[in-house]
Design a binder for this molecule. Structure first.
Ligand SMILES: O=C(O)CCC(=O)C(=O)O
Ligand SMILES: [Fe+2]
Length: 457
């Protein structure tokens, strides 16, 4: 009855959320909170009832009680019991040396828990395990690897399109070893156990689904600013922290030791209406950018169970994908996970972008962008090498660029507008994602290989 319920509530909240527990016992209801011994007594009552009257576990689960049974000391029991209730009674049985009974109650807890856990979660978990055991790359034909870094730093990072739909990128050599060391040094004193947010994003708590340490790194230093700028320029997304309310979205450094993992999850919280007040003005996470600062010597891959695909992670590389569809809904295919580290330590830096601060236009490929798209397509088709000609020079002599890469059977690009700012070389970085989308949709670039451009003499 009531006594059992309260004891049960107190105990479970103690296990899952200490703060909530302390609030509970601080509140007025403290007076009516049963003592530990009263709670044990009510559990033992259930245990004895079951032994002596041979009541089935299913009857307990459904709250059915033979009429003649009086439940003392807490009165009538009529509530249904769930998996956690069975678990608690089973643990009390174990503690008081009722081992056979303990098995009976715990078995029921397990059965119910398995039913409560959705089947697809179990299935996804199996796929996650499979990917961790057998790292798998996606192999479909749209994929490409741009293996050169633009020498003049105008352009592209070494880019791999790891998966086309949804798009998942790996940018190689995104951060230097000395920058990595600085970031690690900044993070080191700040590490705490990583937490997860509950379904509404309201409370964060420790959970076995995520075993790693997190350090929130202060945004106000030149390295972090530079990283944020690089990510923004490359992806077109804002990464700066708006104000202290969005602190949870400042740059995070994560560290996974042996056994560290993050089971399959989404980085988003759900529909707009469900967002907790403190991030309602920042919005949900539109995209995730993971910078691999160090990799484990065994284990620790990032995997996507539904694609299925593993990211071939490398020190200094960065993975990038969108969590949301252009209309703001969750892209369910982006379910992902971190495989357990087996040996060594994996370090990474997660930079997220929230949709309120982002430029939604990037999905619509505005007028201004089309020119850039055209240029970048040329760059891609020439394997990143423009014979030493800067993109800005190419911009002013567009035809030359396109002669060099002999493209472009692309439909639907409107005429270029004239408002490009040639003094801002970084504008060329942004639309990579857009460009690859265009390439895939509009250009027959595989069937029309790039002509070798004339070598300079
Ligand atoms: O560590 C990884 O590989 C993935 C991390 C992740 O998914 C996250 O931090 O949200
Ligand atoms: Fe994640």
């Amino acid at each position: 009855g009531k006594c059992y319920e309260q004891g049960h509530y107190a105990l479970t909240s103690f296990h899952t959320n200490k703060e909530q527990f302390i609030k509970y016992i601080d509140s007025d209801s403290r007076a009516s909170l049963p003592s530990e011994s009263a709670f044990f007594a009510s559990c033992l009552t259930l245990i004895h009832l079951q032994r002596i009257n041979n009541i089935s576990m299913e009857d307990f689960a459904q709250g059915l009680m033979p009429n003649h049974v009086e439940v003392e000391p807490c009165g009538q029991i009529s509530d249904v019991m769930n998996a956690d209730d069975f678990y608690l009674v089973g643990s009390v049985a174990f503690r008081f040396d009722f081992y056979d009974e303990s098995v009976t109650w715990l078995q029921k807890a397990e059965d119910l828990k398995m039913k409560e856990t959705q089947n697809d979660t179990a299935e996804n978990f199996d796929k996650f395990v499979q990917l961790c055991l057998n790292p798998t790359r996606a192999t479909h034909q749209d994929l490409f690897c741009l293996n050169k870094q633009m020498r003049n730093s105008y352009g592209l990072w070494k880019t791999e399109l790891l998966h086309a739909n949804p798009e998942i990128y790996l940018f190689h050599d995104f951060i230097s070893d000395s920058e990595i060391q600085r970031l690690k040094d900044m993070a080191e004193p700040q590490f705490q156990s990583s937490a997860v947010l509950d379904d509404t994003g309201g409370e964060s708590f420790f959970d076995v689904s995520r075993l790693s340490s997190t350090a929130f790194v202060n945004d106000s230093n030149d390295l972090v600013a530079s990283l944020n700028r690089r990510v923004s320029k490359l992806t077109g997304l804002q990464t700066e922290v708006l104000d202290s309310f969005s602190e949870s979205e400042s740059l995070q450094v994560l560290r996974y030791g042996p056994g560290g993992l993050y089971t399959p999850h989404y980085d988003t919280l759900g529909s707009e209406a469900d967002l907790p007040p403190y991030i309602q003005h920042t919005g949900d996470r539109i995209a995730t950018f993971i910078l691999y600062l160090d990799i484990a010597t065994a284990g620790g891959a990032t995997v996507f169970p539904l694609l299925p695909m593993s990211i071939p992670i490398q020190k200094g590389a960065a993975a990038f994908w969108f969590n949301l569809h252009p209309d703001g809904s969750l892209d369910r295919r982006t379910l992902h996970a971190a495989c357990p580290v087996i040996r060594g330590t994996k370090w990474e830096c997660v930079i997220v972008s929230n949709d309120m601060t982002s430029d939604h236009e990037m999905f619509t490929v505005g007028k201004r962008r089309t020119e850039i798209v055209r240029l970048i397509i040329c760059i891609l088709l020439t394997d990143g090498d423009l014979c030493g000609v800067s993109p800005i020079a190419l911009h002013s002599s567009r035809d030359l660029a396109c002669n060099h890469c002999r493209v472009i059977s692309i439909s639907g690009i409107p005429e270029a507008s004239s408002d490009l700012d040639a003094k801002d070389p970084y504008q060329f970085l942004m639309p990579l994602v857009v460009a690859t989308k265009w390439i895939r949709e509009h250009a027959q670039w595989r069937s029309r290989p790039c002509e070798k451009h004339p070598t300079k003499s």
